[in-house]
Design a protein around this ligand. Structure first.
Ligand SMILES: Nc1ncnc2c1ncn2[C@@H]1O[C@H](COP(=O)(O)OP(=O)(O)OP(=O)(O)O)[C@@H](O)[C@H]1O
Ligand SMILES: [Mg+2]
Length: 96
């Protein structure tokens, strides 16, 4: 697991390069970005996802995170079947 500190307000080149490096690492990565409120965490992520054509999903305290993610994927891959049949549970049987 890697971490980024967003304690200073700069133009984020250093943080962006950090994300770029890990994006190209060729393996799965989990990166925790933390910092005080309004420091620019979301802004940084959105900028990075823009250049990598990534998917942004804000997980909330509700039951529909998986379904929301599934719908994002359907849009991203332009998959009408997935759009009509979003994944609602991790269980395989209910998907069929
Ligand atoms: N590098 C930046 N350059 C210019 N504006 C920025 C930058 N980073 C953040 N901002 C602006 O500062 C504000 C707060 O940024 P952002 O929403 O990304 O903060 P956050 O850390 O995600 O906040 P929260 O903890 O509330 O989720 C936004 O209006 C955003 O546009
Ligand atoms: Mg935020």
């Amino acid at each position: 697991m890697s971490m980024i500190l967003t304690s200073k307000f700069v133009d984020r080149e250093r943080e962006l390069n950090f994300l770029r490096e890990h994006y190209h690492s060729g393996k799965a990565e989990l990166i925790v970005i933390y910092g005080r409120r309004r420091i620019g965490k979301t802004y940084l992520l959105r900028k990075f996802l823009e250049e990598t054509n990534g998917i942004y999903l804000l997980a909330e305290e509700n039951e529909t995170n998986l379904e929301d993610f599934s719908l994002r994927l359907a849009d991203y891959f332009k998959d009408p079947f997935l759009k009509e049949n979003p994944i609602r549970t991790w269980g395989l049987s209910s998907r069929i």
